[in-house]
Design a protein around this ligand. Structure first.
Ligand SMILES: [Zn+2]
Length: 56
């Protein structure tokens, strides 16, 4: 399943969401920052397929 990286434009928090591509297009406008609850999260990277061994 693809993962999507976002950065909150309000607090700068980076977070990763894992969802299906169809889910992603549905939720595009509903991504909420887990830290401050802002909806101004911006996608950081192109989606890539889950690779849990990769750590920042
Ligand atoms: Zn935030």
């Amino acid at each position: 399943m693809p993962t999507y990286e976002y950065r909150c434009e309000k607090c700068g928090k980076k977070f990763t969401l894992v969802m299906r591509i169809s889910e992603h297009s549905e939720k595009k406008c509903k991504i909420v920052c887990p830290k401050c609850g802002s909806k101004k999260a911006r996608q950081e990277l192109q989606p890539f397929f889950a690779n849990t061994s990769k750590k920042s």
